[in-house]
Design a protein around this ligand. Sequence first.
Ligand code: FES
Length: 83
Amino acid sequence: MPDPRIAQKAPYVMDMEPGSYIYCGCGLSTKQPFCDNAHKGTEFEGQKGVAMLVEIEEEGTKAWCGCKHTKTPPFCDGSHEKL
Ligand code: FES
């Protein structure tokens, strides 16, 4: 995948309900940390990890990666501190 855009250099920490979510991996979405299809028609379209389906099984707090450089997508692994 081309180098993703850094949406923010920090995670989006959110209280989540169980359900299906689509994580934005390219950083172009205006509805961070979720996909709004902004990747369509760009170099990111069709790339692996751009629109990632995530199943949340239990309610709880999640730290979604905002920098898009995590090694453990869709969640923050601290990589943003090295950007
Ligand atoms: Fe991307 Fe933390 S926000 S690794």
